[in-house]
Ligand binder design. Structure first.
Ligand code: CA2
Length: 144
């Protein structure tokens, strides 16, 4: 059974509470539930982690070297700023999918630059919560 970790960065714990027009009205718990349902039906072992702290995300990325087969990351605002997350991802020899709920390219210019895209196998953005399931599907295809 393939193991996939889904990482979520700062402020994503507030999904469903505010900025619903931008991010939708689902919560991160809803996303986790639908990912776990999908995983159950598709023979995947997934873990789900959110942190507002850059170093905690870096540590999870480092740990995933040992026992994960794939990594999906919505790094939130750190996408656009974090050299530390970029460096940690670059070390991995796993498929990495960068994910965003919103289309970062039709938003403010500072969101157009990602420090993650050039160390990711692929990028999914703009499809709301469905993006998480799309990313899991992409991982399954990647493993075949
Ligand atoms: O679209 C995405 O998934 C983002 O990664 C979300 C980040 C944003 O900084 C990226 O540019 C794009 C922000 C997540 C903040 O989520 C909130 C949710 C509810 C209320 C406030 C913030």
């Amino acid at each position: 059974m393939k193991k996939i970790i889904i990482l979520n960065g700062p402020n994503l714990n507030l999904l469903g509470e505010r900025e619903k027009s931008q991010y939708g009205d689902f919560t991160l718990k809803d996303v986790e539930k639908s990912c776990k349902e999908f995983a159950g039906k598709n023979n995947l072992n997934i873990s789900f982690f959110q942190s507002n702290i850059e170093g905690e995300l870096v540590e999870k990325i480092q740990e995933s070297r040992k026992d994960q087969d794939g990594l999906i990351i919505n790094a939130g605002g750190y996408t656009h700023t974090s050299v530390a997350i970029h460096d940690a991802l670059k070390i991995l020899k796993l498929p990495i999918i960068e994910l965003h709920i919103s289309n970062i390219y039709n938003r403010e210019e500072f969101r157009h630059k990602s420090l993650i895209s050039n160390v990711a196998s692929g990028v999914i953005c703009g499809f709301g919560a469905d993006g998480y399931i799309m990313a899991l599907n992409a991982m399954i295809k990647y493993f075949k």
